[in-house]
Design a protein around this ligand. Structure first.
Ligand SMILES: NC(=O)c1ccc[n+]([C@@H]2O[C@H](COP(=O)([O-])OP(=O)(O)OC[C@H]3O[C@@H](n4cnc5c(N)ncnc54)[C@H](O)[C@@H]3O)[C@@H](O)[C@H]2O)c1
Length: 398
């Protein structure tokens, strides 16, 4: 261990004085880890005291510039620190499960990058562990925190579209494979390609806007035409070292999802495709008396919304002017801290004492997204429609 653990460790989470800052350990130094570090550092009520990652120079540069006391290479050393309240996970997907399980079982709250895990079964174990330990497990579906998504959600609450029978959601890239040859493009390290990476974000936005319908069946295809041939790499990507692992994930996938209530969703994701898109996020809702479209072209922060209706019988388009500031991770983390505080103040006694203080915050909704992505890969492999397994998770969405 290389961390400097000077001074007396403060009290573990159960005895931390009311209102004292949550003590956070962040794991990962790439886009995700550094974004978590900055978000926790900027927010009141939390303090990053430990940071972990394998790139030594970056570890010191990031940690020292943010005043982090303890800098270590391996995640195990952070999770073993008894005086932390929160573990924040920004590492390759296959490490989410072991880190979260160890952290939850040692009584820490967990903020985890998406996807929750590489498979639905592993995600279900994590949700069960959070419930058993009665600790918050929150997942970084940050794009749903966009101001234009929030606007659309408020708009839909006024019921302007009639019955929304079909939705199209996609995140498509022309040449954006994140780190050809890194963990991202290997199935055992990542769980999949763009569908688990980008598709899970737009799936999350669509399910959120639609009020959490339950996906019952999936019929999908998946192709790997560019990546395995070395085409379609992103200019920027993972900071993790390249490996010799094969490119054995898809670079394009498309799926038709049917909800239990008869509605449907067409979901597409690509890291690379010969098409007119550059970096294109879209969610389009088709209703019986109106429609709405979110279209984010290359991370645009304005002009992303269109609403469709008839005015005096004439097809009409309106374009609400909504500006989208950044900081979406910070918004999810703010909610994560608020969930911890409200559970702590609820007067409950924790799962062992019979009261689930953080019910609804055990990662339940992220589990359903993991089940859907699993089913998409299973359907693509089987070449037919498959059922999405259902999880009976007490106190939250499936
Ligand atoms: N929500 C978003 O917008 C968003 C964006 C990018 C990535 N992500 C997610 O974040 C996660 C990480 O992605 P990234 O792009 O930051 O990856 P990255 O490869 O750039 O960084 C991964 C980090 O994990 C660290 N790491 C690996 N093994 C470790 C170990 N044993 N102990 C400690 N640290 C270890 C590496 O040293 C590195 O710093 C992935 O799950 C990805 O899906 C989410």
């Amino acid at each position: 261990m290389t961390f400097d653990q000077s001074g007396t460790p403060s009290a573990p989470s159960e005895t931390r004085p009311d209102g004292a800052d949550l003590r956070v350990g962040v794991i990962g130094l790439g886009f995700a880890g550094s974004t978590h570090l900055d978000a926790f550092t900027a927010l009141p009520g939390a303090r990053v005291v430990a940071l972990a990652g394998q790139e030594e120079a970056r570890l010191h540069e990031l940690g020292e510039s943010r005043g982090v006391e303890r800098l270590v290479a391996d995640w195990q050393d952070v999770v073993a620190m008894p005086d932390l309240d929160v573990i924040s996970i920004g590492v390759p997907n296959a490490l989410h499960h072991p880190i979260a399980m160890a952290a939850l079982q040692s009584g820490k709250h967990v903020f985890c990058e998406k996807p929750l895990a590489t498979t639905g079964d592993l995600a279900a174990e994590m949700v069960r562990a959070a419930r058993d330990a009665d600790r918050v497990l929150e997942v970084a579906y940050n794009h749903r925190r966009r101001a234009d998504v929030a606007f659309l959600k408020d708009y839909l609450d006024t019921d302007p579209l009639g019955s929304i029978y079909h939705t199209r959601a996609s995140w498509l890239r022309r040449a954006g494979i994140p780190g050809l040859g890194s963990w991202f493009t290997n199935k055992s390290a990542a769980g999949g390609g763009p569908m688990i990476d980008l598709g899970s974000h737009v799936l999350d936005i669509a399910l959120y806007l639609l009020g959490e319908p339950v996906v019952e069946t999936v019929s999908a295809v998946a192709y790997g035409e560019l990546g395995p041939a070395g085409r379609g790499g992103a200019a920027r990507g993972a900071i993790s070292a390249r490996t010799d692992a094969p490119f054995d994930v898809e670079d394009f996938s498309s799926a038709l999802l049917r909800f239990t209530d008869g509605r449907s969703l067409q979901l597409q994701a690509s890291w690379a495709s010969y098409s007119k898109v550059h970096e294109d996020i879209e969610v389009e809702l088709l209703g019986s008396v109106g429609g709405a479209r979110l279209h984010v072209d290359d991370y645009a922060t304005q002009g992303t919304l269109e609403l469709y209706s008839d005015v005096l019988g004439a097809p009409t388009v309106s374009r609400p002017q909504v500006t989208v500031p950044g900081g979406h991770h910070q918004s999810v983390i703010e909610g994560f801290i608020a969930a911890i505080r409200s559970g702590e103040n609820s007067g409950g006694t924790g799962a062992a004492g019979g009261t689930a203080r953080f019910s609804g915050h055990y990662g339940e909704y992220a589990l359903h997204r993991s089940r859907v992505v699993d089913a998409i890969y299973a359907s693509a492999q089987a070449g037919r429609e498959v059922l999405v397994p259902s999880d009976e998770i007490e106190g939250g969405a499936r």
